[in-house]
Design a protein around this ligand. Structure first.
Ligand SMILES: Nc1ncnc2c1ncn2[C@@H]1O[C@H](COP(=O)(O)OP(=O)(O)OP(=O)(O)O)[C@@H](O)[C@H]1O
Ligand SMILES: [Mg+2]
Length: 368
């Protein structure tokens, strides 16, 4: 069967626009027309700057992609379109070869979770959120200890057969206490000190610890690129990231026949455009995949949000922590899931002594 190009283009679920060499809209697929609530006949031939605004990061991304002659991604940008309120999206600009500067621009909407995460990753905001959480946790713990102590005293004066309600109070106060401990730990992540980190060492440590504990029923498959250069970051925090991803994978896989695949690879090409110019390459790729039941459909857009969990005993903080640590490392975490196969992918920068050894942080940038 010879697929019809137009059909393929319109069947693509991801909004995509073709921008010509003079920044005019040449084509839009059906998903883009939906997403931007505009039809191709209205927009064809019109300059894109008229809709996104002269100073939009989109214009800069297009210019940079043309100069660099390679695909350029920019994550977490506010895309305004005409009069509509801005939406948080990821953009990828891919120049088409031999076509006078034409660029394929694809749009990926970001979830609420990531919007929140972005706000939280803002340094001072993160600090005040952490401070507030710590204060609140402290203030809740004191009366909670009182409630649980009083329930225990009350229980002593009751016959065994009537302790059902006092047991409930004790059980639930213990659960709130554990939740508060989690929240306190969440606020407690120290800022990243960047050092060269061998990702294979981190993955290996996490795998061994998992095998000895929560993942003892799982078969591990490893596929490592032996020449992978070190990343820049904090080995303990990255270990936390791996442990959380492996734990989720182990919890999703069946009791018998569970498989977790850990892989690393080096992928050139994808660059993260930094706001205000310059870009950072994120060529180190680590994936944790499992053959489990997949992320429940209704949670798919929210799993990185704190307190989102499908588990009876989950706090829902695992992936929020993963996303926070990875973004503080200047990296990106993505999830791709369907029943029977789920994959979490980390993209991380390479250690560069010139930039990282001086104690620089994520805000460092290369000249564009
Ligand atoms: N590998 C996976 N397969 C299927 N679903 C997953 C996977 N990883 C995460 N999820 C879904 O995402 C939700 C959120 O994960 P997260 O790690 O943030 O919290 P949790 O595992 O429920 O609780 P905690 O990590 O605090 O014990 C999970 O409850 C689960 O529904
Ligand atoms: Mg988890």
């Amino acid at each position: 069967m010879q697929p019809d190009f137009e059909q393929l283009w319109n069947a693509l679920p991801q909004p995509a626009l073709l921008i010509d060499g003079s920044d005019r809209i040449a084509e839009m697929n059906a998903a883009a027309q939906d997403f931007l609530a505009a039809s191709l006949s209205q927009l064809r031939g019109r300059p894109i700057r008229r809709y996104v605004g002269e100073t939009s990061p989109v214009m800069e991304l297009l210019a940079q992609a043309r100069q660099g002659r390679g695909s350029l991604a920019q994550y977490n940008i506010d895309l305004g379109w005409a009069e509509r309120p801005p939406q948080l999206v990821d953009l990828v600009a891919a120049p088409l070869h031999e076509s006078d500067g034409a660029i394929l621009l694809t749009i990926q909407a970001r979830s609420m979770a990531e919007k929140m995460d972005r706000r939280m990753s803002h340094r001072s905001a993160a600090r005040s959120v952490a401070g507030l959480a710590a204060m609140l946790a402290h203030e809740i713990k004191n009366p909670l200890a009182g409630i649980s102590g009083a329930a225990q005293l009350l229980a002593m004066s009751l016959p065994d057969s009537e302790r059902e309600l006092t047991d409930l109070i004790c059980g639930e106060t213990a659960r709130i206490g554990a939740l508060i401990d989690d929240v306190e730990r969440f606020g407690d992540i120290p800022p990243v000190t960047r050092r060269p980190v061998n990702l294979h060492d981190v993955i290996d440590r996490a795998r061994r610890s998992a095998e000895a504990g929560f993942a003892s029923h799982v078969r591990f498959i490893e596929e490592f690129d032996p020449s992978l250069p070190p990343t820049a970051g904090d080995a303990d925090q990255l270990m936390q990231v791996m442990l959380n991803l492996i734990k989720n994978a182990a919890e999703a896989t069946p009791e018998i026949g569970g498989v977790i695949a850990l892989s690393t690879s080096y992928r050139t090409g994808l660059k993260l455009a930094l706001p205000g110019g310059g870009h950072e390459g994120l060529p180190l790729q680590v994936t944790v995949s499992d053959n489990g039941r997949g992320v429940p459909e209704e949670l798919r857009h929210d799993i990185f949000e704190p307190f989102v969990s499908s588990k009876t005993v989950g706090s829902g903080l695992g992936l929020a922590l993963v996303s926070k640590i990875v973004s503080e490392h200047g990296g990106v975490v993505e999830c791709d899931s369907r029943p029977g196969w789920t994959s979490f992918r980390l993209l991380l920068p390479v250690w560069d002594a010139r930039r990282h050894a001086s104690g620089g942080d994520v805000a460092d940038r290369e000249p564009g």
